[in-house]
Design a binder for this molecule. Structure first.
Ligand code: APR
Length: 229
């Protein structure tokens, strides 16, 4: 096992916890229009509709449980740390299932269980529904709270930290992602250019499957613990 592992997860790692993916059959973007619900313009135009969509997704996250893939990643992260290595867990997911399984994760698309005030920038935990006129717990202003997730057209979070971790790794593992949204979709090419070994663990070949040295296909709850055994 490499000692400095960079793991990128996507919606597929949470699929068996009952949280929908985006582009599979029945995926979220097959049922909802992301341009109407997941952009700053959509939120400005109809905050109630956007907040109701994220209330629906937040309730799903709160009701979901981590699965064997989340647990296997948390155990691998602890095992590597115990022997002086590290597993940097970068996730595109906005759920907290990695954390609830005991892992530390960097959420490049933000976190659904957090809310950000557009007036003061304060970020707060949010487990219940978010009303349009809810006052900010810090500055008290009403009507400026939004889910602390990254919408289409917005800059993903923690990019410097992610790039630094990628440069310091010797193995890159992508799990449960279609490889269709940048910058995350470009990480495997960056990893190859840096000389990392690359591995894809997915239900089926992703858009950039050809860029991986090693591929394993099957449900994440089975193939992730197999890989990190
Ligand atoms: N086990 C492993 N992989 C799975 C499973 C499973 N049980 N079920 C589905 N998958 C795979 C699918 O084959 C697909 O390749 O997970 C991937 C999910 O792809 P997407 O739905 O595109 O999700 P993701 O890659 O995370 O999307 C990236 O797009 O809309 C934005 O912000 C959103 O973070 C998201 C980003």
């Amino acid at each position: 096992m490499a000692e400095a592992v960079f793991v990128l997860t996507g919606a597929g790692v949470s699929a068996e916890s009952g949280l929908g993916t985006f582009r599979d059959a029945g995926g979220l973007w097959r049922r909802f229009d992301p341009m109407r619900l997941a952009t700053p313009e959509a939120f400005a135009r109809d905050p109630a509709e956007v907040l109701a969509f994220y209330d629906l997704r937040r309730r799903g996250v709160v009701a979901a449980q981590p699965n064997a893939a989340h647990r296997a990643l948390a155990e691998a992260q602890a095992r590597l740390a115990a022997r002086g290595g590290r597993l940097f867990l970068c996730t595109q997911n906005v759920d907290d299932l990695h954390e609830r399984a005991g892992a530390e994760a960097v959420h490049m698309h933000g976190e659904l269980l957090k809310t950000r005030c557009q007036a003061c920038g304060g970020i707060h935990a949010q487990h219940g529904d978010l009303g349009v006129d809810e006052p900010c717990p810090a500055c008290g202003r009403a009507g400026g709270l939004r889910p602390d997730v990254v919408w289409f057209g917005e800059m993903p979070k923690h990019l410097d930290r992610i790039d630094e971790a990628l440069r310091g790794s010797d193995l890159f593992v992508a799990i449960g992602t279609s490889g269709s949204v940048y910058p995350a979709a470009g990480y495997v090419a960056e990893a190859r250019a840096l000389g990392l070994r690359t591995c894809e663990l997915n239900l089926e070949p992703s858009d950039n499957a050809h860029l991986f040295d090693l591929v394993r296909y099957g449900p994440a709850s089975e193939i992730v613990q197999e890989f990190f055994r």
